[in-house]
Design a protein around this ligand. Structure first.
Ligand code: LAN
Length: 655
């Protein structure tokens, strides 16, 4: 493939100019601490959860804060009057009732146009009795639903031996850390005091008078909008059993369970410097800390860090999906910049990025981590920064790749050996890598998913993306690794190869779970295979390339929508999107298609869409989690198109 067809308008020089401008633009976005930081927003269920927490824990909320939350809730409302799980997503009852209740309690009048519209939508879906369980839980905290009508979030489950798969310790960390405070809050019946407003809202969100509703009949009643994963019969049986046990359990045992849960929550708070694993358990743990002692140290510590989750936008206050995406964005930014030729400006940006990454390696395991079922953390990197304390396999891997590719020595010491060991220990038996912890149960345990609106939340499965990131890092760590680790690395790579080949779909693509969607998964799938020695002649590479070549749009770009994630089949957007286009180019280059004429059209697409600042914008989401919720990665449109152009130049420059 040596004959390289010329680009339609211009040549490699033009690509070079575009790349240089893009690199400058990315450097301009770097923060003084060396990191890249951007908005990480989109999920619309977080703001009402935060609002509920403020309503419960703060007396006399400032008028300006009330207004800031209300404005943002209104801004995220859909035209049909409802709210999606993420801003702009199809309306669902859970976010709908949550946003409605919080808006009303923060002072939005029952007759305001948007509130009337919202109420009409909620009632047209059968009212709040049909919300997914998390919506009912939020309503219960606000006094708008009896706790007795919820599925039981038994604190008692934490008293079981953790060898039993049903013990929450075996759940994906996000689920268990959310269900932990949920069990405490529901067992203690923590609730905003009932007043006239509560009674008024009760009459608005239900179709029947509140005291005539048979709550038990609606415990498992979930509207079609909220039933992405219907409650499994087996799970209902378990909940039924837990509920029955709760009614006969002596107080003494219940108190032991609550003490245990309280201790586990306190451990999570301390281990994460009160930042917590994510926004949901952060907000719920705050309610628990407040309940224990409203004026106490722990609630104060929580208040000090909550700002890290908050975003002040033009349309009001919003809650981000994590305390930041700094480490992740910095890892990718450094890798993209390292592929451009090393002008001094870029080199110094890379240096400070590398220093940021090196400073944020975690050098210890969680204090008392055994007590709360934590996996090791020594040697690893998290998604945001080390204070948060919950590293993931792929964040660790991308950090390692950035450090290795930069060709620059970081100012602080990196523990390469610990990084290698933890990456090896993270591998699942199926040969792939999970997110935070090796899977603790088989996929069959997913039947216990009690959320309905999210999928894949019970088990830390292997993911092609995480797997590909890790194998790339292991290859880079190999030359530095101790001799006794070499055979382990070889066998880990062999397992990864098996896993990646097995997860490729018949159409040649991979399903991506953390980016939208097949384009994302296929970039990682191809890159991972290439890293473990699968060459361009291998049929898996051909299939993957065929898949990509067949999905290119007429404008030369690629674009996918959230429907891909939800439906599990490729759903193209109307026109090309810069981020997905970049992922596709990168995948095709890895698959050995660097000279293909379709790459020219794709590169031309990127050149045409580059803006006056040298960067790209993409309003459409590129990130996703748990198949149903989109999330916006602010820096992706500045990183990946640059990365793709730099690789095109690397490959074609040689030709
Ligand atoms: C994230 C953010 C980062 C993301 C990547 C590192 C990109 C991915 O490759 C692995 C999974 C991970 C760590 C991830 C998992 C799910 C998260 C934590 C999120 C998408 C950010 C928010 C989301 C979290 C679950 C939101 C809270 C909702 C619940 C259902 C608890």
């Amino acid at each position: 493939m040596s004959a390289v067809p010329a680009l339609r308008r211009g040549s490699l020089d033009q690509v070079q100019v575009a790349m240089d401008r893009a690199a400058d633009a990315l450097v301009d976005r770097q923060q003084p601490d060396g990191s890249w930081h951007g908005d990480y927003c989109g999920p619309a269920f977080l703001l009402p959860t935060y609002g509920a927490m403020r309503l419960i824990t703060s007396h006399g909320l400032a008028a300006s804060e009330r207004e800031d939350i209300r404005r943002r809730l209104e801004a995220m409302q859909n035209e049909d009057g409802g709210w999606g799980l993420y801003a702009g997503g199809p309306s669902q009852l859970y976010p709908g009732v949550a946003c409605y209740a919080v808006a009303r309690m923060l002072g939005s009048g029952a007759d305001a146009g948007w509130i009337v519209q919202a109420r009409t939508w909620i009632r047209s879906q059968g009212g709040a009795v049909r919300s997914a369980p998390w919506g009912k839980f939020l309503l219960a905290m606000l006094g708008l639903h009896p706790y007795s009508g919820l599925i039981p979030y038994g604190a008692e489950l934490w008293l079981l031996p953790s060898r039993l798969p049903l013990h929450p310790a075996n759940f994906w960390c996000h689920s268990r850390q959310v269900y932990l405070p949920m069990s405490y809050i529901s067992d203690c019946r923590i609730q905003r005091p009932t007043d006239a407003l509560t009674r008024k809202i009760r009459s608005e969100i239900y179709l029947r008078p509140y005291d005539q509703i048979s709550w038990a009949d609606h415990r498992y009643d979930v509207a079609p909008t909220d039933s992405f994963v219907p409650l499994h019969r087996g799970a209902r049986s378990v909940f039924g059993l837990v509920g029955a046990i709760q009614t006969v359990l002596p107080d003494r045992l219940r108190n032991i369970a609550l003490d245990r849960v309280r201790a586990l929550i306190a451990l999570e708070d301390e281990q994460t410097n009160y930042i917590n694993l994510g926004p949901v358990n952060k907000i719920l743990n705050m309610i628990v800390a407040w309940h224990e002692d409203p004026g106490g140290r722990r609630f104060r510590r929580h208040l000090e860090t909550i700002d890290e989750y908050l975003r002040h936008t033009d349309s009001g206050l919003d809650v981000g999906g994590y305390n930041s995406s700094r480490l992740w964005d910095t890892g990718f930014s450094v890798q993209a910049l390292a592929k451009c030729d090393g002008r001094p400006k870029l080199r110094s940006a890379i240096q400070s990025g590398v220093d940021f990454i090196a400073r944020n390696q975690i050098h210890e395991d969680p204090a008392d981590g055994r007590q709360n079922y934590r996996f090791r953390t020594k040697g690893a990197w998290p998604f945001s920064d080390r204070r948060q304390g919950w590293p993931t396999a792929d964040c660790t891997a991308e950090a390692v790749s950035a450090l290795a590719d930069s060709g620059i020595e970081p100012a602080s010491q990196v523990d390469w050996d610990a990084a290698t060991r933890i990456l090896l220990d993270w591998q699942n038996p199926d040969g792939g890598w999970p997110t935070y912890e090796p899977a603790r149960a088989g996929g069959w345990l997913e039947f216990m998913n009690p959320a309905c609106v999210f999928d894949g939340i019970v088990v830390d499965y292997s993911y092609p993306e995480c797997t590909a990131s890790v194998v790339a890092a292991l290859q880079k760590l190999r030359p530095r690794a101790a001799p006794e680790l070499q055979p382990r690395i070889v066998s880990a790579l062999r397992g990864a190869r098996r896993y990646l080949l097995k997860t490729q779909r018949v159409d040649g693509s991979w399903y991506g779970s953390w980016g939208i969607c097949f384009t994302y998964g296929t970039w990682f799938g191809v890159h991972g295979l290439r890293t473990v020695g699968v060459g361009p002649a291998h049929p898996a590479m051909r299939y993957a390339a065929d898949f990509l070549l067949s999905t290119q749009l007429a404008d030369g770009g690629w674009g996918e929508t959230m429907d891909s994630c939800r439906q599990g089949r490729y759903c193209s957007s109307q026109s090309g999107l810069p981020v997905q286009t970049a992922w596709s180019i990168l995948a095709l280059l890895d698959a050995g298609y660097g000279a293909h004429v379709q790459i020219n059209r794709a590169v031309q697409f990127l050149l045409d869409r580059q803006d006056a600042h040298g960067t790209w914008t993409q309003d459409e989401y590129a990130g996703v989690f748990n198949r149903t919720c989109a999330i916006h990665y602010d820096n992706y449109a500045s990183i990946f198109p640059l990365w793709a152009l730099a690789r095109v130049i690397q490959i074609r420059g040689k030709g």
